[in-house]
Design a protein around this ligand. Sequence first.
Ligand code: BTN
Length: 261
Amino acid sequence: MVGSTFVLEEMDIKLDTEYIGTNFIFYDEINSTNERLLTDETITQHGTVLLAENQFVGRGRLGRKWISAKNMSLTFSILLTEDIKANNLNLINLGISLAVARSLQNLYQLNVSVKWPNDVLISGRKVSGILLESVSKGEKIDRVVVGIGINVNQPFFEGKLLMPPTSVRREFGKPVKRERLISEVLNEFELILEQIKKDPNTVLESWRSKCDWIGERVKVINGNEELFGLFENIDSDGFLLLQQKDGTKKIISGDVSLRKM
Ligand code: BTN
């Protein structure tokens, strides 16, 4: 598979942010963009974005790996060091998936939905995965790293994955500019971060409106535990509310899938 090299200037032209991405670091190859921003204490600027063309050990949620295609996908992480409150982490998690979904809609008019907690889907197939990680010093959260992987220009996918994958190219019908897409995601994410501070309910409402599974029967897997029930809603902290025979259970983390009847 051949892709195109990332042209920083093309991203810069469309970047319209105060702090997200104003410090932009590019690596051709790295272990994991999340790992670097979590551990490299020389990088401190709030909103720093680290993009890598290739990750040797891309990390996925729940200890999985994230495999991406060089020059065809977007694999990047955003460092947050200011205004971090523990109870905002979930909102940031939902907020970044919303930013990716909105960007795909704005630029390519795709019919995008979000899947709890932070996958982005097109026609039921996964186009983007997100991994939020943080480092605390004592009681205080020191840094939050928001890692985003987007399948952009892959023409096809090999192997069997947990969630069937897709790419923007497959859904849009032609290759797209990765530089334009990342700038849109960063612009949208900064707007959402500001909204989280001022009016978190609006962010929750927007996320709910993009989640097709609310009201559906689902299966939630969390470690060894398998739970079945109705996806009632997400609560004001962004947790999944699962309605079961004996009441509603709050789900903090896990994998959700539609329950086949
Ligand atoms: C998932 O769906 O399991 C989450 C995948 C997150 C992948 C991104 S790619 C950039 C960043 N660096 C990593 O090592 N992982 C995240």
